[in-house]
Design a protein around this ligand. Structure first.
Ligand SMILES: [Zn+2]
Length: 192
């Protein structure tokens, strides 16, 4: 088992057993930043992280992201900045008329929204929480399993994308073709 910092991806040793398995933790440097450097160089800190990380405000708008996150969602930073988190991830529900986080289904059932809001409410980090989201891909909307981690730093949530996995087949419930072809498959672009 290899121990890796989930944020900066630095190796932190491990045991000889199960050499291919990776366990996420937090290294002393990242822990120290979260504890002590509140607000100081937040963007610079995030930019250096190896994992895809979004900086999210309490209105669930994305203030910034690092290069790993840009590659993951196949957008450039100026395109990401100011978008609601569901729009960045191409959540199918974010395209409902109400917008990301406002539709009934979002309020009741959006696990991603709950991770962000709960981190704001409690101030406690969350680790590898599974969230199923309906995401636009080149083949139309697909259910994706995400694993997210979070931390609250200086009034913002750092949202880390740990893993993305496709679930089952595409659904026909959304208007065919309305966005198909425009969005890359995030389970491919993320490579996680
Ligand atoms: Zn670290």
């Amino acid at each position: 088992m290899k121990m890796v910092c989930g944020w900066c991806r630095r190796e932190m040793g491990g045991t000889g057993d199960g050499a291919d398995e990776v366990s996420h933790g937090i290294c002393p440097e990242c822990a120290d930043f979260f504890e002590n450097n509140r607000g100081v160089g937040l963007r610079e800190f995030v930019a250096k992280l190896g994992a895809p990380v979004l900086i999210v405000g309490d209105d669930i708008r994305v203030e910034s992201a690092n290069a790993a996150a840009e590659a993951c969602v196949d957008l450039k930073l100026p395109e990401i900045e100011g978008l609601l988190v569901g729009d960045v991830l191409e959540c199918a529900h974010a395209r409902l008329p109400e917008g990301c986080g406002k539709a009934g289904v979002c309020v009741v059932a959006c696990a991603l929204r709950q991770i962000v809001m709960q981190t704001f409410a409690t101030g406690r980090p969350m680790d590898m929480v599974e969230a199923r989201q309906e995401i636009w891909t080149g083949q139309g909307p697909r259910e994706m399993r995400f694993w997210f981690s979070s931390a609250l730093v200086d009034g913002r949530v750092l949202l880390r994308i740990d893993r993305v996995q496709k679930v089952g087949q595409g659904r026909e419930t959304f208007a065919a073709g309305s966005a198909a072809g425009s969005s890359p498959d995030i389970s491919q672009t993320c490579g996680l």
